[in-house]
Design a binder for this molecule. Structure first.
Ligand SMILES: Cc1cc2nc3c(=O)[nH]c(=O)nc-3n(C[C@H](O)[C@H](O)[C@H](O)COP(=O)(O)OP(=O)(O)OC[C@H]3O[C@@H](n4cnc5c(N)ncnc54)[C@H](O)[C@@H]3O)c2cc1C
Length: 378
């Protein structure tokens, strides 16, 4: 393990693992930390959209998804009053469905194979600050000891509740919308296909995807934390009541714990600070409905790694400012789209209007699914 790495990466989810891989491949001394013990589960819909898959392919990191993932040919979207649109991704493009436990472990292995030093079970408390600059991290080492790690540059990829982004006042949960997610794995679900499913209802939505091993992922997103103290009952109740899932989940059984997360949305005002770059959900999270968080995580990690490399080579004086500008240029349009979708599902009249629109002009939904799937940025 390097005493002082060139770059400390906190969080070994997709954003952290991808950034660490790119940097380690370029000969940078990278130290990667995560509070969890890997392999670990992560509440997610478990789908890589076509844009995410293409990015991983370009990095030579799509092996696990290609080999072990189930193909996703598009999305089945249902709304009120029997509105149903089956939207196939264009030109034979596909995504993949794969448990995050497996995907994240594979991406982490690639980072370690590239030369990154990895420690799991290490909870970072926050940034180590000197003269207003992030110079590494303060963490709780094994046995509860408080330890500091020095690093000239830190990439915080520690997810939605980033200790760096919140700790430095860069992030906050917006007052509205506030949503919570409940997710679990089921066996014995009927009628699964190669289409991911999004069932949009007033005040909630349900995502379902077939997974390897005969499992299904089901995620419920709701606008109030009511009932999430008993998440298994809340999720089972929603699946049993919804016309799109009731019969198909009638004989299903839970295949693991049900987990919750929220409030979901995080607004971030800058993608870094002196000595710090943010990547993945740590750099902001809009809503899971568009199913593209992994594309932001991978693409954002690529940008953060580029900023770090140029800075280490002495060619970029202010990597945080550069990263912020690059992210805005790369993501602004998609952020706008995602915020519009988020707003739409928050307003019952808009859900009703969209359901009517879906019946009258299904092409609109097909275009939205293609855009959400990042098919144009490959
Ligand atoms: C309900 C739901 C469904 C979703 N479905 C999809 C989908 O189908 N497709 C899609 O593309 N996106 C989906 N997303 C979004 C996707 O899950 C995220 O965008 C993605 O996980 C972001 O990756 P990341 O690496 O930034 O963060 P994470 O995957 O959250 O990884 C962060 C890592 O940091 C570690 N960490 C956190 N705090 C600390 C700490 N203090 N010290 C050390 N380590 C720490 C964690 O253990 C974790 O391993 C969904 C999200 C939700 C909530």
């Amino acid at each position: 393990m390097p005493d002082v790495p060139d770059v400390l990466v906190v969080g070994a989810g997709p954003a952290g693992a991808v950034a660490a891989t790119i940097l380690a491949r370029a000969g940078v001394r990278v130290r990667l930390l995560d509070r969890a013990w890997f392999p670990r589960d992560k509440l997610c819909g478990d789908t890589l959209n076509p844009g995410s898959l293409a990015l991983l392919g370009r990095l030579g990191l799509s092996g696990a998804a290609d080999r072990d993932g189930l193909p996703i040919d598009g999305m089945l979207v249902t709304g009120r009053g029997g509105a149903v649109v089956r939207a196939r991704y264009p030109a034979g493009l596909q995504g993949r469905a794969l448990q995050r436990r497996a995907l994240d472990a594979a991406l982490l292995s690639a980072a370690v194979a590239a030369g990154a030093t990895f420690d799991d079970g290490v909870r970072v408390e926050g940034p180590r600050m000197t003269d207003g600059r992030v110079r590494g991290a303060i963490l709780q080492g094994r046995g509860g000891r408080r330890v500091t790690i020095d690093a000239p540059l830190t990439i915080a990829a520690d997810g939605r509740r980033s200790r760096f982004a919140f700790g430095l006042g860069l992030a906050r949960h917006p007052l509205r919308p506030r949503r919570w997610a409940i997710g679990g794995y089921f066996a014995g679900v009927d009628g699964l296909t190669s289409f991911g499913e999004m069932h949009i209802r007033e005040g909630s939505y349900l995502g379902v995807a077939a997974l390897p091993g005969g499992l299904a992922n089901a995620c419920l997103v709701v606008e109030s934390p009511r009932g999430i103290a008993n998440p298994a009952a809340r999720l089972a109740g929603a699946l049993a009541r919804d016309a799109a899932t009731a019969n198909r989940f009638a004989d299903a059984r839970l295949a693991g714990p049900v987990t919750t997360m929220g409030p979901l949305a995080v607004d971030v005002r800058a993608a870094g600070a002196p000595g710090l770059l943010l990547a993945g959900d740590a750099a902001g999270f809009i809503d899971p409905m568009t199913g593209d968080g992994l594309r932001f995580a991978i693409a954002g990690a690529m940008l953060a790694a580029r900023a770090a490399l140029l800075h280490l080579e002495g060619r970029l004086a202010d990597p945080a400012a550069a990263l912020d500008a690059w992210r805005r240029r790369a993501f602004e349009g998609k952020w706008r789209f995602n915020r519009a979708v988020r707003l739409l599902v928050a307003t019952p009249p808009a859900v009703r209007l969209a359901s009517t629109g879906a019946r009258l002009a299904p092409g609109l939904i097909r275009r939205a699914v293609a855009y959400a799937g990042d098919v144009g940025v490959m």
